[in-house]
Write a protein that binds this ligand. Structure first.
Ligand code: GUN
Ligand code: FE
Length: 448
């Protein structure tokens, strides 16, 4: 690839000083940020490479979402107004169980289109029980940076036909990790994904953790403490609270990402901290399923890793990070006061904190020399946004006012995947027509 010189209006670096740079250009060589250079020191007319003139746009790091279900995108709008266990039993399990390879592919592509056009450049995806290789194929084709894995389920009282044996789950995950961990030039990694306590035997959870030792830099991704009825069931099954149970079987450490963590007692919060567990906060999903509001300001104060995720399309109903940032800030204020979750804090959750959660902060999450060029260009100069007369308002503009309509161009590893408001990886009309056809057929197969 030819060197590229990006010239934005300003650069929101998210470095340790949260610097915002003006009159600077970013040079990209071999997918990495080679230089961040003042325009005063540059003779652009002599530049030997491609110049990308984005002088109206603000450059920010690519967004990172640490809890997503791409296999569910097809079911957007088909599972509204239900609480978690009904939502799973009456809708999501039957739908997921009815996927064919083609419907799964259509779902994943729709999800990836939503993510890329919203400026998300890295995801941790929960995967699917069957045909997980389709998800990997699509992740690789899309160019996104991702951790993903077979959604493991070796029991399912809510919908008994949707699970498989422990041996099958373990072998399938191991084989997939062998094939896809560190694939696509290291952009795709394995995220072991036992779904939640209600769908996983103790053996499955423990042996999965054990298996991870063969795959350094993989993560362990599961749901925890999302819904009160779920937690009651976990207590009946194990005699313990959700996080207590995970601790007792030895699966909590810095490589564990727990989605939600809404209903925790004090001792469980301490457990997250002492074990350096990562919390994936999903505010839209938590509100829509009526699950509750996690005490995120407390987790942050305690030094617990918190990052953001849109969860699945049917509990949101979209996958864009702007909704998650805005809600992550707003939902805490009536409880803890309006000074908590300021815009800068929240913007960092969606960028560098996501990278730290996945241990890839040396590669992505901020705009610094040596990092991968995962970058997003936002048009913030709009009459319906704050008028940016100085740097003060920039985080406010992104967190409280922006939406995915403000995303103009997106690069991953220095390659444009969206430009001038147009996704370069997918044809939207084709996604729609294939998606509708697959959904129609799936709804004929499913019995709910
Ligand atoms: N818990 C177990 N599975 C799921 C899921 O698909 N979505 C959410 N939000 N919670 C879950
Ligand atoms: Fe989820």
């Amino acid at each position: 690839m030819k060197p590229k010189l990006l010239i934005p209006k300003q650069i929101v670096t998210v470095n340790s000083k949260n610097e915002v740079l003006h009159n600077h250009a970013v040079e990209i060589i071999d997918g990495k940020i080679e230089r961040i250079v003042s325009l005063k020191d540059l003779k652009t007319s002599e530049y030997n490479g491609d110049i990308l003139d984005f002088h109206n746009y603000t450059l920010v790091p690519g967004f990172i979402q640490t809890h997503i279900h791409l296999c569910q995108t097809l079911f957007r709008g088909l599972a509204d107004d239900l609480e978690l266990l009904d939502w799973l039993q009456k809708r999501i399990f039957p739908y997921e169980n009815s996927h064919t390879k083609n419907s799964l592919r259509a779902s994943v592509r729709l999800g990836l289109h939503d993510l890329l056009t919203g400026g998300t450049t890295t995801v941790l995806d929960m995967g699917t029980l069957r045909n997980q290789e389709i998800i990997f194929e699509e992740l690789i084709a899309s160019g996104i940076r991702a951790f993903a894995g077979n959604c493991m389920m070796d029991k399912n009282e809510l919908y008994p036909t949707f699970c498989d044996t422990s041996d099958w789950n373990l072998k399938s995950s191991y084989d997939l990790a062998k094939s896809f961990h560190n694939s696509n030039n290291g952009k795709v990694k394995y995220g072991f994904a036992p779904r939640f306590v209600l769908s996983c035997s103790e053996r499955l959870l423990k042996e999965t953790k054990e298996m991870m030792k063969d795959f350094s830099s993989s993560v362990f991704h599961t749901h925890s403490s999302e819904n009160k009825s779920e937690i009651e069931t976990v207590k009946r099954m194990t005699g313990k609270e959700n996080v207590e149970y995970f601790e007792s079987i030895g699966i909590l450490d810095q490589n564990t990402v727990l989605a939600h963590c809404i209903h925790l007692n004090d001792s469980e919060v301490k457990t997250l901290k002492t074990n350096s567990v990562r919390v994936a906060h999903c505010p839209s999903s938590n509100l829509k399923l009526g699950s509750g509001i996690a005490n995120i300001p407390r987790y942050i104060k305690e030094g617990i890793s918190v990052s953001l995720g849109a969860d699945g399309s049917p509990c949101n109903n979209g996958l864009n990070i702007f909704n998650e940032m805005r809600l992550a800030a707003l939902i805490q204020k009536p409880i803890h006061g309006s000074t908590v979750m300021d815009a800068l804090t929240v913007f960092r959750l969606a960028t560098i904190e996501g990278a730290k959660a996945l241990h890839i902060e040396k590669e992505v999450g901020s705009i610094e020399v040596g990092k991968k060029a995962d970058l997003v260009l936002l048009d913030l100069d709009k009459a319906d946004q704050p008028l940016l007369i100085n740097d003060e308002g920039i985080y406010s503009s992104i967190v409280y006012s922006a939406s995915k309509e403000n995303v103009k161009s997106v690069l991953i590893d220095g390659k444009l995947v969206m430009d001038d408001g147009r996704c370069l990886m997918f044809d939207e009309d084709e996604l729609l027509s294939i998606g509708k056809n697959e959904l129609q057929q799936l709804l004929k197969r499913v019995s709910i």
